[in-house]
Ligand binder design. Structure first.
Ligand SMILES: Cc1cc2nc3c(=O)[nH]c(=O)nc-3n(C[C@H](O)[C@H](O)[C@H](O)COP(=O)(O)O)c2cc1C
Length: 348
């Protein structure tokens, strides 16, 4: 396989996925300004590598909320995995389990939590909360029963950011049975089932006590909000602009990560996503202080080409991360803040 094969996946998927599905995965909100700048923003991070250090042993392993994973790289929650692959989340879960990695499952999943848990994968549930919080309880219970080890509350989606579709959408052209199979029957028609517009710190406490699980808050882009999450009992803060799919012109995650890490001050774990496409990008994220990096589109493009490609993706990312860690003169990616070089001005 070509060493840069991960870079060609989006283009290759044009031949295998129907256009509405391909567009759904790649698109951003509005003019896609935030989506377009995500990957390039990681290119501006520079390292000042150590030399004269023994890098014989490199350990990529990480512990996230008490669970050991093979590398600090996880699969971010994405809706409609069954549009990318007939087995959807089940195929993703099998591949992630084989890689010893971690998967966050969208609450919109088209595969039952029990089936996902049955693969033995380490998984966390991603949740959106409805106006009537009690309506979420059955779904949360199913996730806990199926072995979810944390709940990720997505807080950047009070409404879904408008996308510019120039043809039929994925919602119009795919099987509705590929979505939301873990909700009670008739859920969407119940009063109070619409997405909550009033999510606040109290919901972090409520989720923790309802599920008994650690709560991760996903979609934070500001140090002051990160602090509010920690004060409300969040176990981790996830720096994300939802892959540029919510507020267009939202800042690139690489630009705010360091300030969030400083505000959290070690009181919670910090994760990041958005435009990460290589093991060197992951090392850059760790250099800015992240405990782990998550990938949304990249594993979806792999899944579209087959479950094996998801395993190959983790393998390639680990190889790249190991090489970059060694070349930086480190024995663990978590030491990367020590080799962060001064930032380049925007545009370079
Ligand atoms: C097709 C697609 C569907 C997504 N669905 C969800 C979702 O259901 N819940 C959620 O919290 N984030 C969702 N996201 C956002 C991802 O979790 C993640 O934040 C983003 O994709 C990271 O950027 P990247 O795709 O550049 O890696 C979705 C992203 C994509 C591309």
């Amino acid at each position: 396989m070509d060493a840069n094969w991960l870079e060609g996946l989006e283009a290759a998927a044009r031949h295998t996925l129907p256009e509405p599905v391909h567009r759904y995965i790649r698109q951003g909100a509005g003019a896609s300004l935030t989506a377009a700048e995500a990957a390039a923003s990681w290119d501006r991070i520079r390292f000042a590598p150590h030399v004269l250090r023994d890098v014989t042993e490199v350990d990529l392993g990480a512990t996230l909320l008490g669970t050991e994973v093979s590398a600090p790289i996880g699969v971010a929650p994405t809706t409609f995995q069954r549009a990318a692959h007939p087995d959807g989340e089940l195929a993703m879960a099998r591949a992630v389990a084989e890689s010893g990695a971690l998967m966050v499952v969208s609450s919109n999943a088209g595969t039952t939590f029990a089936d996902i848990g049955g693969t033995g994968v380490t998984w966390w549930l991603q949740a959106y909360l409805p106006t009537d919080r009690a309506l979420a309880e059955p779904l949360l219970r199913r996730a806990v029963d199926a072995g979810a080890r944390a709940v990720v509350l997505t807080v950047d989606t009070p409404v879904v950011g408008t996308k510019r579709d120039d043809g039929p959408t994925v919602w119009e052209t795919t099987d509705p049975g590929w979505l939301r199979v873990n909700f009670d029957r008739g859920y969407a028609e119940r009063p109070g089932a619409e997405k909550a517009l009033d999510i606040g710190p109290g919901d972090i406490r409520w989720l923790a006590s309802t599920t008994g699980l650690p709560v991760v808050v996903k979609g934070v882009l500001r140090p002051d909000d990160a602090r509010r999450c920690v004060q409300a009992g969040a176990s981790a803060v996830w720096v994300s602009n939802h892959g540029g799919r919510q507020l267009d012109r939202a800042v690139a995650t690489s630009e705010v990560l360091e300030s969030v890490v400083a505000a959290v001050g070690g009181d919670a774990e910090v994760y990041v996503d958005g435009g990460l496409r290589s093991g060197t990008d992951v090392l850059a994220a760790m250099a800015l202080g992240a405990d782990a990096a998550f990938l949304g589109r990249l594993p979806l493009w792999c899944l579209a080409a087959g479950e094996d490609l998801v395993v190959a993706m983790f393998d390639t990312l680990a190889t790249q991360l190991r090489e970059a860690t060694r070349l930086a003169g480190l024995s663990r990616p978590s030491q990367a803040p020590g080799v962060l070089a001064p930032r380049l001005p925007f545009g370079l």
